[in-house]
Write a protein that binds this ligand. Structure first.
Ligand SMILES: [Zn+2]
Length: 85
């Protein structure tokens, strides 16, 4: 009988070790934070819409990168600030 108990206990230990390796709760939180950073929103200075910072409509102006919701907004900004694309 004691052999049986040892088996069960070692199985439980193994189970928790594997569970922690597969689902590390701390790392999950870090990954979620990374995901939020990856899709950080930036305000379109022309129309005020929030745009993902991965937007292809962007302009660098005085060292700051501006993101736009559309090509039209980018053109409007460019005309207003008279910057080159
Ligand atoms: Zn816009």
């Amino acid at each position: 009988m004691p052999k049986y108990i040892i088996l069960i206990v070692s199985f439980l230990i193994m189970f928790f070790l594997v569970k922690n390796k597969l689902f590390p709760t701390e790392k999950k939180g870090e990954k979620a934070k990374e995901a939020i950073n990856a899709t950080e929103m930036s305000k379109d200075p022309v129309c005020g819409t929030y745009v993902e910072e991965g937007s292809k409509y962007r302009l660098k102006y005085y060292g700051k990168i501006y993101y736009f919701c559309s090509h039209d907004c980018m053109i409007k900004f460019k005309e207003a600030k008279s910057v080159e694309i």
